[in-house]
Design a protein around this ligand. Structure first.
Ligand code: SF4
Length: 405
């Protein structure tokens, strides 16, 4: 094995393979952006005029190293995320996809997504992306209001966003848009009119995120200096519930806390892999993975080195770009992750699978309490959150976890 063993005093049973999913995803992190947005805490760096040959070669070495550990699999999704992978040349994305095809069997219905900003979308590029096998776009629209786009530090206008959506839908019926709401001073009416305008484009999938002020971002400094006041929790909760109602009425109900789709065929298969505890590998600087290795009952957590130059150097030495945190999850760590992630989706979590991993049962009083308060539902073996429950998803997960202290 290439990773260090995690030290653990826990001795309960080995991790179980997920009972209801056979997805295997590949996440590729492209760490460069034309400009760093003031709210963003991802592992990103200014793109400048770079030659990305060394990064692509490193990602390919990393894929080859993963193949030796994870063995034969059927790839059900590939996700180029970032950063801004739409800044990569099509031939760079093609080289990575070619290597994936060489190393693994690719499912006939594989989902291949690339994240893109509206200013990078034009027909010539869309056509090439489609030709190299990409079949889903995730557009960083963020807002349809020019003042808000300027506040969010974005490079595009509302007209650019609307044009990008309509052009993307011509080439990629499976297009998603990201929006950021609960911005300072945003009213419910203002948000719903922006959301309804987006819904009227006919886009089949939306990822709608509330603005949160993350540590070490430019927005954190602005808030500290009194530059603006974030929306308070009650107003955010009202906007969240109004959002669920509006998307449901428009035929794009939520299938996860922040994700909405026309029907199941538009559910993001790659993200379901995360939410339902499937296996995925992560390549590229800072990417994370979770998987069962060859003939192993341990679920491995991998994390790649964050700085591109160090990641590239590490893959040159050992193939992998993993950092020192990489190692097996204990069954309890695995269970906690599955609980937190699974409760976010409408599929919920299997009580039996989690109790086996925890080595103990959920507290029936906690479960009954959340059922009585209207936050949780039980459907045969599955625990699922209601819309009110989604508002408190992380809190409820922490209370349900039988090992939380
Ligand atoms: S474009 Fe996306 S990934 Fe890049 S800095 Fe902005 S929000 Fe972050």
């Amino acid at each position: 094995m290439f990773f260090k063993k995690r030290k653990s005093k826990e001795t309960n049973q080995a991790a179980a393979r997920p009972e209801d999913i056979d997805f295997f995803g590949i996440y590729v992190h492209w760490p460069y952006c034309a400009k760093i947005c003031p709210y963003c805490d991802f592992n990103v760096y200014a793109a400048k005029q770079r030659d990305n040959t060394a990064l692509v070669d490193a990602i390919i070495r990393d894929l080859e190293a993963h193949r030796a550990v994870i063995g034969r699999r059927v790839v059900t999704s590939v996700y180029f995320g970032g950063g801004t992978p739409s800044l990569a040349k099509p031939e760079e994305l093609y080289a990575i996809l070619g290597k994936i095809t060489e190393l693994w069997t690719v499912h006939s219905a594989v989902e291949i997504t690339v994240e893109t900003n509206p200013e990078d979308v034009f027909p010539g590029k869309l056509s090439i992306w489609r030709d190299i096998g990409i079949n889903r776009l995730s557009l960083g629209v963020q807002s349809l209001n020019n003042n808000a786009l300027s506040f969010l530090g974005r490079q595009h206008t509302r007209d650019d966003a609307l044009t990008a959506i309509s052009q993307s839908l011509e080439y990629f019926p499976n297009t998603s848009a990201d929006l950021i709401y609960a911005r300072p001073g945003q009213s419910e009416d203002g948000w719903l009119s922006e959301l309804n305008e987006l819904l009227s484009t006919g886009i089949p999938h939306l990822s709608l995120y509330e603005l949160t002020i993350k540590e070490k971002t430019a927005f954190e400094k602005q808030v500290e200096r009194g530059g603006f006041i974030p929306l308070d929790d009650d107003a955010q909760a009202d906007l969240y519930l109004a959002t669920l109602k509006a998307t449901g009425a428009a035929g794009l109900p939520a299938y996860e806390v922040s994700n909405h789709a026309k029907n199941e065929s538009y559910w993001s298969r790659h993200n379901l892999t995360y939410w339902l505890g499937g296996d995925w590998i992560g390549v590229g600087p800072g990417a994370e993975g979770r998987f069962f290795g060859n003939d192993s009952d341990e679920r491995i957590m991998t994390r790649a080195i964050r700085r591109p130059a160090e990641y590239i150097a590490a893959t040159g030495d050992v193939g992998f770009g993993w950092d020192t945190e990489t190692g097996p999850l204990t069954p309890v760590q695995d269970a906690d992750e599955r609980l937190i992630m699974g409760l976010r989706s409408v599929r919920g979590v299997s009580r039996t699978t989690l109790e086996n991993l925890y080595g103990k049962q959920f507290d029936p009083a906690q479960i009954d309490g959340f059922v009585s308060s209207g936050h949780l539902e039980i459907e045969s073996d599955r625990l699922k959150l209601t819309h009110d429950g989604w508002l408190l998803a992380d809190f409820i997960a922490s209370k349900l976890s039988p090992v939380f202290d």
